[in-house]
Structures are given as structure tokens and as C-alpha cells.
Design a protein around this ligand. Structure first.
Ligand code: TXA
Ligand code: MG
Length: 355
């Protein structure tokens, strides 16, 4: 479904109701351009507790506070380093989260007891309308149960939470970016020390774009390494997304190189395994002819988008669907080792880590 560029006039009462629910300490799920968020009043400790309970997430893990304008930064931070402001001005609203020194009053329930707070202005008309109506910050992790796939449609959210847990689910169609925001950590930043800026989680806003904007090289992550985890462990920053079993479907997932794909799939077919495939190639295009419609018994074979932005947009939706087939295994062709694919490769590796 196409996301409306603006919010229709008649829907204002929906946002008033949603904002009212947030004021009451209830949870409201809403779309962002990355994934759907499960929102709670960032200033209400009881609401945050309810949020953690609904997600089944350990309560010492920090959450991102969503805001709608740069002026709100001062409500949550002690100060904003100049390069962080430069990024905010260039990429907000957008798929970027900034880790900044927290203001004293920010709840420990939000920060996980750390001295920092995560902030982001999402680029989605529904999210922005809700945030404007509510006026205060909304704490929102991805609207999935802990360790499960992030939702990119309202239906994905509804499939995970009952009405008694989530008061409202705002439907804004499918998320246009499809993967969680790029997290940039400024907590170690001292004036003039650009190298202390780190990417904690890769997203579709690329390291290269951030470096070009800030005119410096920064420490980042490469999906094939576990820099995110090591950095997180070293600094004791708790980043749930850095756990290897995160973003996982229930079905085991295996990443296979193009060269090995034919043989791997043929072997699964031969033993009558119930499997599905995400590949850049059609089933019948196997070079040795073993992947014809007749010989492969894939439950579903998805031909993936060659464009990384299209692939990212579709990935969680595809995994949700294939997971729903309740097969033995999901086979995913390895994605290219290129900067535009880093966040995708990162999520695939975490999804694969379960086996
Ligand atoms: O795109 C997104 O970022 C989505 C949408 C809903 O905005 N949100 C999202 O939230 O992915 P969540 O909770 O699933 O992931 C937020 C990540 C976690 O890995 C968390 O640990 C990290 O942000 N985080 C939050 N506060 C932090 C802090 N103060 N220091 C370090 N990491 C932090
Ligand atoms: Mg999440």
C-alpha cells in the first residue's frame, strides 16, 4: 500500500485519540519509514514498564525516544555536539538515531540507566502527526516481541500483540525503508575528536553518507565482522540489536553463496525437506539445470530485488511470509559485500544466528 504523503484532514481525531491513549499511559503502535514502533509516553515510568512487559524485553535495555522537531532535543539532552546537530539537520526526519548525553530528568527506564539517550525524528506522516499531537517524546522500540522479526505493516504488529496489550495500531501502510535506523553514538565525543563517533547499528543511511556529511572517517560496522557487538560489550552499551539471535524468524535461516545454492537446494529437495528460498535468481536459472520447476520442491521461491533499497524494504515482509509457511528452513542467497548492503547483511546474519 502506498503511504500517504500527507495526513488527511478527517484523520485528526484518530491522532487525538492516540495521543490521549499515550497520555493515559497506554501503548500505541505507529508506522515509521523504517519499521513500526510500539510507543509509550517517554515521561511516564509506568507506561515504559508496560512497554517492556508487552515486548517481553529485559527492562535494563534502552529505547529510542521519538520526537518531531529539533527544538525537542534540548528537552532530552545536556548538550548536542556540533557534528550530531549537523547530521540531525541533514537527515531528520529520517532513518537516523543519535545517541547523546542525556538530560538529568530523563527516566532510567528509557536509558537503561546509562548516561545517554537515543533520539530520532522519523520520516512518516502518521508518526509525525501523532508526535505533534502528543507534543512530548514517545519511547518506541520496534513493535515486535523481543528477539522476533520487526514489523513493517500494521498487520505484522496485530499478529504479535493483543488488544489488551496495545490500545491502538495506527496503519500507515508498508514501511518505505524497511530496516531499523542507523544508530550513531556521540557519547564518547569530545570537541575535535571526530573519531570517537561510532555507528552502533548499520541502517540504510550509510556510513559513507555520514562520513561525507561530517567530512571525517568514523568507526563503523561491517556485517561480516561483529564490531557492533565488540564495541557494545567493550563500552558496556546495551544494544539489544547487537545480540546475535536478534531479528530472527522462528524458522531456521541459512545464508548460502550463489555458487553453493544449486547444490544446497538440490540436497534439500532430495531429502524432501520443506524449505523456501530468497534468491536473486529464478529457480529455473540454475546453471546445471537442477533447479527447474520440476526438481525443486521449494514451498516458495522469492526472487529478490537487485536494488538494496528495494531488498531492504521487502526483507522483513518476505521473512514474515516465509516464516508463516512453517517449513524446515529458509535459504537466503548471500547478498553483495558492498556498503549499500551492509545493514541487510547484518540483519540476515542475526536472523541466521539461530541455527
Ligand atoms: O528504526 C528504528 O530505530 C525503530 C523505529 C521504531 O524507530 N526502532 C527500533 O527500536 O529499532 P529498538 O528498540 O528495536 O532498537 C533501538 C536500539 C536498541 O538496539 C537499543 O539498545 C539502542 O537502540 N539504544 C537505545 N538507547 C540507547 C542508548 N542510550 N545507548 C545505546 N544504544 C541505545
Ligand atoms: Mg527492535
Amino acid at each position: 500500500m502506498q503511504v500517504a504523503a500527507t495526513v488527511p484532514e478527517h484523520s485528526h481525531s484518530v491522532f487525538a485519540r492516540a495521543a490521549h491513549a499515550l497520555h493515559e499511559g497506554l501503548l500505541v503502535a505507529f508506522p515509521t519509514e523504517t519499521v513500526y514502533g510500539l510507543g509509550a509516553d517517554a515521561g511516564n515510568a509506568a507506561a515504559i514498564k508496560r512497554l517492556y512487559a508487552a515486548k517481553g524485553r529485559p527492562s535494563n535495555h534502552p529505547v529510542i525516544v521519538h520526537i518531531y522537531c529539533l527544538e525537542q532535543l534540548t528537552e532530552f539532552t545536556r548538550h548536542v555536539p556540533e557534528p550530531a546537530l549537523t547530521l540531525a539537520q541533514k537527515y531528520w526526519p529520517g532513518p537516523l538515531t543519535l545517541i547523546l548525553p542525556r538530560a538529568a530528568h530523563v527516566l532510567d527506564e528509557i536509558t537503561g540507566g546509562q548516561d545517554t539517550v537515543a533520539l530520532r525524528i522519523p520520516d512518516h506522516p502518521v508518526a509525525l502527526a501523532l508526535l505533534r499531537e502528543f507534543k512530548k517524546g514517545v519511547a518506541a522500540p520496534s513493535a515486535n516481541r523481543f528477539g522476533k522479526l520487526s514489523p513493517t505493516t500494521a498487520a505484522d504488529v496485530r499478529s504479535q500483540f493483543g488488544e489488551h496489550e496495545v490500545a491502538m495500531v495506527l496503519d500507515g501502510g508498508s514501511c518505505s525503508v524497511g530496516l531499523e535506523s542507523t544508530i550513531v553514538d556521540f557519547s564518547g565525543f569530545q570537541s575535535g575528536e571526530h573519531c570517537a563517533v561510532r555507528i552502533l547499528r548499520p541502517g540504510m543511511l550509510l556510513k559513507r553518507q555520514i562520513e561525507e556529511t561530517l567530512q571525517v572517517k568514523i568507526n563503523g560496522v561491517k556485517a561480516t565482522e561483529t564490531t557492533e557487538t565488540t564495541d557494545a560489550q567493550r563500552t558496556k552499551v546495551r544494544v539489544p540489536g547487537s545480540l546475535r539471535s536478534h531479528y530472527a524468524p522462528s524458522t531456521p535461516l541459512k545464508i548460502v553463496s550463489l555458487e553453493a545454492l544449486d547444490t544446497y537446494v538440490a540436497a534439500l529437495s532430495a531429502k524432501s525437506a520443506r524449505f523456501s528460498v530468497i534468491s536473486f535468481h529464478k529457480a529455473e536459472s540454475g546453471t546445471d539445470g537442477c533447479l527447474t520447476e520440476n526438481s525443486t520442491t521449494a514451498l516458495e521461491w522469492i526472487v529478490a530485488d537487485n536494488d538494496p533499497y528495494g531488498y531492504a524494504r521487502d526483507l522483513y515482509g518476505c521473512l514474515h511470509r516465509l516464516d508463516g509457511l512453517r517449513g524446515d528452513i529458509i535459504v537466503v542467497e548471500q547478498v553483495p559485500d558492498a556498503p549499500e548492503w551492509t545493514a541487510i547483511a547484518d540483519r540476515l546474519q542475526r536472523a541466521a544466528a539461530i541455527i
